[in-house]
Design a protein around this ligand. Structure first.
Ligand code: IPE
Ligand code: IPE
Ligand code: MG
Length: 260
């Protein structure tokens, strides 16, 4: 459901949580450890967060694991992250499957080694029917890449149509077409930026920034984010008064305004 075409239904627990997992390097540096140690602890935080989301009834969790710009990092860190991805898939997929988690990997796979691509395909096929939680791991993902690949595929599918494409023509080609737009975005690690994550999808998402470094993120951090989300007024362009139409009738001054 597009938040710009229709006002989505809002629930106390966000249906879709999207997280930029940032701060692994700083977590390690503070302990005089190599950055790799921070990334390893980051995988543990992923496990905790997945379990906490399942327990709280979150339906979709999207995690930014490696951006299309992260290739700019030193070669040894990039290759460590790729092998950590391989090892994590090898070790965790069976467990995720038992827990009813559907795994999706979004991003450009062209740059991945064949072994990693095979592991991703197997994991997606194994967990395809699970519906307890859909876990999307964004790897070699960029919001601009997503928009461009979606536009290119949309144009390929409609070779004879001359323009006038709308939102609903594009939506099915986006990498996360199976998920609703994120209700809650979380970025750990203190930076207040989107870093080319879900550019299209965050149009009406509630944003939550925390200084907590990703390896320290746990179920209480998730609860704090959900609590702050609950207190937000999601207006989607409307006024506060429109959100509670019954209140207009019961508050005399508002009744006057509303009836002119
Ligand atoms: C996020 O942690 C993990 C990835 C981007 C892969 P960082 O590695 O960016 O950690 P900091 O920002 O250097 O602390
Ligand atoms: C964003 O973190 C990407 C991921 C968490 C995968 P970065 O640490 O790479 O972001 P910037 O470069 O500081 O914006
Ligand atoms: Mg970072």
């Amino acid at each position: 459901m597009s938040s710009t075409l229709a006002v989505p239904e809002v629930f106390d627990v966000p249906r879709h949580v999207a997280i930029i997992m940032d701060g692994n390097g700083r977590w390690a540096k503070r302990r005089f450890l190599p950055r790799a140690a921070g990334h390893r602890r980051g995988v543990q935080a992923v496990r905790t967060t997945v379990e906490a989301c399942v327990e709280r009834g979150v339906e979709f969790l999207t995690l930014f694991a490696f951006s299309s710009e992260n290739w700019r990092r030193p070669a040894d860190e990039v290759s460590f992250l790729m092998s950590l991805f391989v090892r994590t898939l090898e070790r965790q997929v069976a467990r995720l499957h038992e827990g009813g988690v559907r795994l999706k990997v979004i991003g450009d796979r062209a740059a991945f080694e064949p072994r990693l691509v095979a592991l991703i395909n197997d994991a997606e096929a194994l967990t395809a029917e699970n519906r307890r939680l859909t876990l999307s791991v964004a790897a070699n993902y960029g919001g601009r890449w997503d928009l461009l690949q979606a536009m290119n595929r949309m144009l390929e599918a409609n070779p004879h149509r001359a323009g006038n494409f709308g939102e609903s023509d594009l939506a099915p080609w986006l990498a996360t077409a199976y998920a609703p737009e994120p209700d809650l975005f979380i970025r750990t690690g203190g930076e207040k930026r989107i870093s080319n994550f879900l550019l299209w999808h965050l149009a009406y998402t509630e944003l939550h920034f925390t200084d907590t470094l990703w390896p320290d993120f746990g179920s209480s951090s998730l609860d704090a984010a959900i609590e702050s989300y609950r207190l937000r007024e999601r207006r989607f362009g409307r006024t506060s008064e429109q959100l509670v139409p019954d209140a207009i009738a019961t508050v005399p001054s508002l009744t006057r305004v509303a009836t002119g």
